[in-house]
Write a protein that binds this ligand. Structure first.
Ligand code: AMP
Length: 192
């Protein structure tokens, strides 16, 4: 049986870290649209230039482009077994498209949406630390703030979207990494 999981949470909530660990635990691919867009960085095309500019402003890449990129990724055979979606969907339109794609392509559905709850001051602390350690060029204080605003405005409606479908599970993300992973694994298993 396939397993499709959506990770929700603010930038800096730890969803990327947890998504990778869940991907390893359940042997399904980790699909991160942020990683896919970052991989375009060396690309000199006009499209790549536009994507880079949007990311540097902390805004969202247009839905049609993001959805097409995910559609192509889902066509790869490993995605037939399932996926841990990290950073996608980020808008209601993307969520509707994901539901439709899984249904059309594989006759499948999202099993569970996991929301990592982390207090805002802890989020800020983590992001600033990451910017320092990794020297991520997109992590200036202004962009961090804009990304958080974008999350509040465009992505938090998904909490309601999945809640209404009875698929939302909220987890305390302000705990040690391993403890959170164990909790998430247990939540996934109990929701299958
Ligand atoms: P992330 O690594 O998931 O925080 O993504 C980094 C940046 O890539 C975001 O701030 C957006 O500019 C862009 N991005 C990633 N995923 C999406 C998405 N699903 N829809 C639109 N833009 C996205």
């Amino acid at each position: 049986m396939a397993l499709y999981v959506v990770m929700l949470g603010a930038p800096g909530s730890g969803k990327g870290t947890q998504a990778k660990r869940l991907s390893a635990a359940f042997h399904v691919p980790h699909i991160s649209t942020g990683d896919m867009f970052r991989a375009m960085k060396a690309d000199t095309s006009e499209l790549a230039r536009r994507v880079r500019a949007i990311m540097e402003r902390g805004e969202l890449v247009p839905d049609d482009l993001t959805i097409e990129m995910v559609r192509e990724r889902l066509k790869q055979p490993d995605a037939r077994a399932g996926a841990i979606f990290d950073g996608f969907p980020r808008t209601i339109e993307q969520a509707n498209a994901l539901d439709a794609m899984l249904e059309e392509m594989y006759g499948e559905q999202i099993d569970v949406a996991l929301l990592l709850n982390v207090p805002e001051d802890e989020i800020t602390r983590r992001i600033l630390k990451r910017a320092e350690v990794e020297g991520r060029a997109d992590d200036t204080e202004e962009v961090i703030h804009k990304r958080h605003q974008t999350y509040l405005e465009q992505t938090t409606p998904l909490i309601d979207y999945f809640s209404r479908q009875g698929k939302l599970v909220e987890v305390d993300g302000d705990r040690p990494i391993e403890v959170i992973t164990e909790d998430l694994i247990a939540q996934i298993k109990s929701n299958l």
